[in-house]
Write a protein that binds this ligand. Structure first.
Ligand code: ADP
Length: 272
């Protein structure tokens, strides 16, 4: 019966092995499907700027030689479209990189106060027609989170830029930060057009825009928030939105607050 028991065990092990093998195949299939979908999304998004440039080149070919106005207009429109494509390609690269972030920056620690202060004042210089208000009353000066500081900056830029892009009347963005329990919260609030509940669920999907034509006018391509979400997730954080149409939106970032002990441990790991 010893042999029999051993055989039974072996069967169990084989079954476990088959099961985990199946799960692995499933995961690979899902990954392949996602990649296919991405390529198809990207092709779709690139089609518009290419079509616009093609249209202008056709105009140039037909009338450009005789009509200096068409010549100037088509060249400037094509350049603008090429610039838009350049941005789109850069953001698509950012998006694919954001998926492997924590592989590249596993032990970086960033002081939230410092980055907020610097980034908000930098952005204030660029957007002088807006008032960027920073409130860090509830944030300890030395609050640290585990993130590459460039990525925290990128997150702030995405959220503040959106607030500015989709603001209607009141040209003000409130940025606030604080600690609640063991989490650091960073809020970016605007008083713009707001986002319907239906759309709030979709805006983090890549290439999703509430109003395609209007967003395009503002230079948006629907990638900012999906990059933001990928970044945040790779650092064990969370991003969420609260919004009321016609009143404005508030985006919230949450990251685990590092304890002194964790900071020391990370420093040690980084040094190794
Ligand atoms: P985009 O480059 O188009 O701004 P995002 O991924 O950053 O791409 O945002 C996706 C969509 O979500 C935007 O096209 C816009 O419709 C909506 N959105 C994002 N932020 C805001 C905001 N602060 N107020 C209103 N709508 C917003």
């Amino acid at each position: 019966s010893d042999v029999r028991i051993r055989e039974l065990h072996r069967n169990d092990e084989l079954e476990d092995l088959a099961l985990s093998f199946n799960q692995m195949l499933d995961r690979m299939q899902r990954y392949i499907d996602q990649q296919k979908e991405f390529v198809s999304d990207v092709s779709h998004e690139l089609r518009t700027p290419v079509a616009v440039i093609e249209g202008h080149l056709n105009m140039l070919e037909r009338w450009g030689k005789d009509d200096p106005e068409i010549l100037a207009e088509s060249i400037s429109a094509s350049l603008q479209e090429a610039d838009r494509m350049k941005h789109l390609i850069q953001e698509m690269l950012d998006l694919t990189r954001a998926e492997q972030i924590n592989v590249n920056y596993p032990y970086e620690v960033t002081n939230v106060t410092e980055v907020l202060r610097r980034e908000v004042s930098d952005m204030q210089l660029v957007h002088q027609d807006f008032k960027l208000q920073l409130d860090m009353e509830d944030l300890p000066e030395d609050a640290q989170i585990q993130i590459n500081h460039g990525h925290l900056e990128q997150l702030l830029v995405i959220l503040i830029d959106n607030g500015i892009k989709y603001s209607t009347n009141r040209k003000q963005i409130n940025i606030s930060a604080g600690v609640s329990g063991k989490m650091v919260m960073i809020m970016v609030q605007d008083f713009g057009e707001g986002i319907s509940e239906e759309d709030q669920k979709k805006i983090f999907n890549r290439f999703y825009r509430v109003d395609k034509a209007r967003t395009r006018e503002k230079g948006g391509n629907g990638l900012g928030l999906s990059i933001a979400q990928k970044l945040v997730k790779s650092y064990n954080g969370k991003i969420s939105v609260e919004s009321a149409e016609g009143q404005g939106s508030q985006f919230k970032l949450e990251f685990p607050l590092l304890s002194t002990k964790e900071i020391a441990e990370l420093a040690e790991l980084k040094a190794q």
